[in-house]
Write a protein that binds this ligand. Structure first.
Ligand code: SF4
Length: 327
């Protein structure tokens, strides 16, 4: 080809994806990076790492296409509620479509064979590539020598001999390679996806079981506060810190009920419901129980909805009394 070969990399910002991008760049490939964003994983790490490498990064919001996988994932979920195989298929499909539209020659990832039990054993890598519809064009430079040659290798766009044959969970080789390639700043391998976190996954599964419709706002709220399922079936979210209280207020919709104890420091409680008979007394009891008001005291909780304001007077009870409602 009489023009540079252009590759689009799926980029998490982790060390492996940084190595894959740098390897290809050093082979003369014009590299661009792509990261996907949902309420469960964001672009912060990818932004930082892309800036460190000096490579262009594009961010694409995948929420609407990703959400159905929370209800039904043909290849199942991991220990949390992470549909990794289907997530990869979706991401590769989206990346492939973008690459075709914009004239990229191939796709690449930083995946390492055998590194993750659910999505990176050989048959999963092959399955994901095949189901995405871009198997021939999907290069995994870090493990390429252990995988079937792809079109970029077969056509000589990249020299297969200069790709790697990494395998397994260890990071020693990657760290040595990072120092060889001059990558001095890279994130620790931990986390990055809320769906793998047990606490978030538990709250999400509870929400999925009780609500057939999921909004982006619901997913954002799951990240904040304590969550309670009240006896009438309505969900209450109780802020734990000033920042969480502010975030909950920002996420509140016009029809939501906002509760707050009077005369004492206490949390914001959000009751999101279209029920005609919401559990206002139960939510008010939580607003009092998680406040600094002394136990046994008569307190007043303010309830706001739209421009209406009402009050509930109640005796403050210990929060343990409501532990069965906690999700
Ligand atoms: S951990 Fe999260 S982002 Fe990563 S593949 Fe699994 S579901 Fe997708």
């Amino acid at each position: 080809m009489d023009r540079p070969i252009r590759a689009l990399g799926l980029f998490s910002g982790g060390l492996d994806s940084m190595l894959a991008a740098t390897l290809l760049k050093n082979l003369g490939v014009e590299v661009s990076l792509l990261c996907f964003v949902t309420p469960f994983f964001g672009a912060a790490r990818a932004r930082e790492s892309a800036a460190h490498l000096g490579l262009p990064l594009r961010e694409l919001d995948l929420t609407d296409k990703f959400t159905p996988l929370l209800f039904q994932a043909p290849h199942g979920w991991g220990k949390g509620h992470n549909p990794c195989v289907d997530c990869h298929i979706l991401m590769f499909r989206e990346a492939g479509a973008l690459a075709s539209r914009e004239g990229f020659d191939f796709l690449f990832t930083g995946e390492v064979l055998g590194q993750r039990p659910m999505s990176q054993h050989k048959s999963a890598l092959n399955l994901v590539a095949k189901k995405s519809g871009y198997a021939e064009l999907l290069l995994r430079p870090l493990s390429a020598k252990l995988l079937q040659p792809t079109k970029p290798e077969l056509l000589g766009w990249v020299d297969r001999e200069r790709l790697l044959g990494l395998h397994g969970r260890g990071r020693k080789l990657q760290m040595a390679l990072a120092s060889e390639l001059g990558i001095s700043l890279y994130p620790s391998p931990a986390g990055g996806c809320l769906l793998t976190e047990p606490g978030y996954a538990h709250r999400l599964k509870e929400l999925l079981a009780s609500s057939p419709l999921l909004t982006r706002r619901d997913l954002e709220l799951l990240k904040r506060g304590r969550h309670f399922r009240l006896p009438g079936g309505v969900k209450a979210v109780v802020g734990r810190t000033r920042l969480e209280n502010e975030a909950i207020l920002e996420l509140a919709g016009p029809a939501d009920f906002i509760l707050k104890i009077q005369d004492f420091p206490g949390p914001i409680v959000l009751l999101s419901t279209n029920s005609a008979t919401p559990d206002l007394n139960a939510a008010a009891a939580l607003a009092a129980a998680y406040s600094d008001a002394p136990l046994g005291l008569q307190v007043t909780v303010t309830i706001r909805q739209r421009d209406q304001q009402t009050f509930v007077h109640l005796t403050n009870m210990p929060k343990e009394q409501y532990k069965d409602w906690l999700i």
